[in-house]
Ligand binder design. Structure first.
Ligand SMILES: [Cu+2]
Length: 90
């Protein structure tokens, strides 16, 4: 089977759900963040390790591209690094 893309949606509502996103190495990946609650300070999501940062307007899905060339465990977090989630590439 040929898999040419993988997409995962993370709901942002006081935390990241799911908090762990599993992706396959070598398959282009997109993660869509949807902030559905005003709770907390989750209006920005960023990852130094995965090189993205995006604002999350309420109820407006935002999609980022995640590099999958390297296997590993990468963290993303809110703007103030108080809440975090992980992308696991294997
Ligand atoms: Cu925060």
């Amino acid at each position: 089977m040929i898999e040419n893309k993988q997409s995962v949606t993370v709901t942002v509502a006081g935390s990241y759900q799911p908090a762990v996103v599993n992706l396959k190495q070598g398959v282009p990946a997109e993660v869509t963040f949807v902030r559905t609650s005003d709770q907390g300070c989750l209006d920005i999501v960023h990852s130094n390790e995965l090189a993205f940062e995006t604002a999350l307007p309420l109820n407006q899905p935002q999609t980022v591209t995640v590099p999958t060339d390297q296997v590993g465990d990468f963290e993303f977090s809110c703007g103030m690094d108080m809440f975090s989630g992980r992308v696991v590439i294997s």
